[in-house]
Design a protein around this ligand. Sequence first.
Ligand SMILES: Nc1ncnc2c1ncn2[C@@H]1O[C@H](COP(=O)(O)OP(=O)(O)O)[C@@H](O)[C@H]1O
Ligand SMILES: [Mg+2]
Length: 259
Amino acid sequence: MPEPVLSVRDLRAGYGTREILKKVSVDVAPGEIRVVLGGSGSGKSTFLRNVLGLETPWSGEVRVLGENLAAGGHAADRARNHLGVLFQQGALVTSLTVGQNVMLPLVLDGIRPDGAAEEIARARLSRVRLSHAWGLYPGELSGGMRKRAALARALVREPRILFCDEPSAGLDPLTSKELDELLLELRDTLGLSIVLVTHELDSIRALAEKVLYLHLGEVLFDGPFQDALDHGPARIRDFFARRLDPADAILSSSWEILT
Ligand SMILES: Nc1ncnc2c1ncn2[C@@H]1O[C@H](COP(=O)(O)OP(=O)(O)O)[C@@H](O)[C@H]1O
Ligand SMILES: [Mg+2]
C-alpha cells in the first residue's frame, strides 16, 4: 500500500467527561474514497471534527502526509492546509457573492482578492461547473448549486484530502447523484482522497471503495465495501439490508429524526 495521506491511530475523543470515540484507527490512501458509516450518534461527525482539529482529541495521533498535526509548528500547519472540508449546511457567507465566498480562504491567507486569488477561484468554480454563478449571492442559488459553491471553496487551497459530512442531506435524489458524480470526477482529476460520512445507500454504492463502520465509538469494520456486504459483522449487513428495503428505510429515517 502506498504511504497513506491520512493516518489516524488510537484516537480517543469526547465532550466534557463523556467519551465518544474509544480507540479509532484508520489509514486513507492517496486517491481513496473512504466512506464512514454507523448509526445516528455513533460518533461519525465527532470523528471528522477531531481529525480536522475543530475539536482537540483526548489522545492518539492524526498524521497528514506523515506529519503529526498535534506536534504544532510549521510542518503541522502545512499539513493542516492539505485538509479541505465541505460543511453539512454549505456554510456560505450570505452577504458575499459566490466568487467572494470561494476567494475567502485565500483572502484569509493574506492574498488580495484580485489577480491570483480570482484566477484560482474562477478555476475552482469552473471545475464544479458553476462559472456562471460568480456574481450571484447564496440566496439566489438552488440547494445543489450551494453545495457546489461550498465545494469549490473547500478546494481553493488545493487540499489533498476532502472531508464531507452528509453532503447530500437536503438534496433531491437527482441532485445528490450529480454531487456523487462530481466527487468521483474530482477524485480522478485532482487525485483527491475523500473521507465522506453518508447514510444514503445510493451514495454508498456509487462512491464507497473502502468503508469504516463506527459503532459506540469503536471501529466495527474497516475494509472494502464489498467485503462488508458479503461477510461483514451482522450489524453491518443489517444496516445495509434496512436501507435496501424501502418500507424499513422510511421507518429508520423517522427513527433517526426522532432520536
Ligand atoms: N458538541 C457536542 N457536545 C456534547 N455532545 C455532543 C456534541 N456533539 C455530539 N455529541 C454527542 O456525541 C455523540 C456522537 O455524536 P456525533 O458524532 O454527532 O454522531 P453521528 O455524526 O454519528 O450521528 C452523540 O451522543 C451526541 O449527542
Ligand atoms: Mg453526524
